[in-house]
Design a protein around this ligand. Sequence first.
Ligand SMILES: [Zn+2]
Length: 314
Amino acid sequence: MRRRRLLGLAIVMSFALLATGCTIDDFFSGFPGLIVVPTPGGGIEIRPGDGATDPGEPGDPSDPSDPSEPDPSDPDPGQDPDPGADPWTIETGWIRADSSRFKTPYYVITAAEPGPTLFIVGGTHGNEPAGYTAAQRIVDELRPDKGRIVVIPRANAAAVAAGTRGVSDLPDLARRFTLGGAPVGKTANEIWDLILEYEPDWFLDLHEGYDFYIKNKNSVGQSVIYYPTGRAYSDARALVDYLNGMPAVRNGRTERFTLIRNPISGSMARKVGQDLGIPAATIETCLKDPLERRVGFHMYAVRFIAAQLGMTLQ
Ligand SMILES: [Zn+2]
């Protein structure tokens, strides 16, 4: 099944390469977790799994994939092999349309080709800017080649506006998702309804910690916190290896990521994993890194999980 999906991915990529005129190396230099292997028939095969086992060797030593850098090698997502088709539909809706303070948009970006659903949340905590910046940038810049992404960039809009973890009437949205029952409060309930409606194949909540977990166990910065259900462990393990293979980590400019089991009770990822059996994780960057690097880690993490599902986000 995975092989068939990858073959489809390879075909789409081949068209994209023809359309943009760039080489395979150009095309993939911004996404070091994907390995491109020429096949005897003259085509290409793409193996995302290699990034999991050997992330330190993405193939190109001058690889510009430091997440602190922009990603100029990405092809224009508008370059579709069939110029007559509209490749994506983008629907927008609202969480908390009843409230001027908590009203916040969500986006459903659907490719023409059916496929998996990836659900992404940012801004659960308003003082963790890399999460909501990355989520908004995903909406603005990335498109799936198949399936769909559902994104809530600023889940606690009032907290994001205030730049604080929460606000007095919603102090911590990551403690509202009660296990085994209904979430607490309107915002959490509306987010939960959206998750139930779209039945994602993977769920990611983008956060930040004040310190590096590997140095200070009081903070979960620079970690992937997964709930062990289905493919969640293997994908999250591969994600941590992938992130630790990125140049900023390899070259010692920042600390290594750690894989942690069980998001905290009351968080979205915990309830999605435990109550729905859907692979789910909280991604944590560290506030001690520069913002662009943190945003880059989040975006690469989202793209990596998408690739694990056989979906390319570009
Ligand atoms: Zn957080």
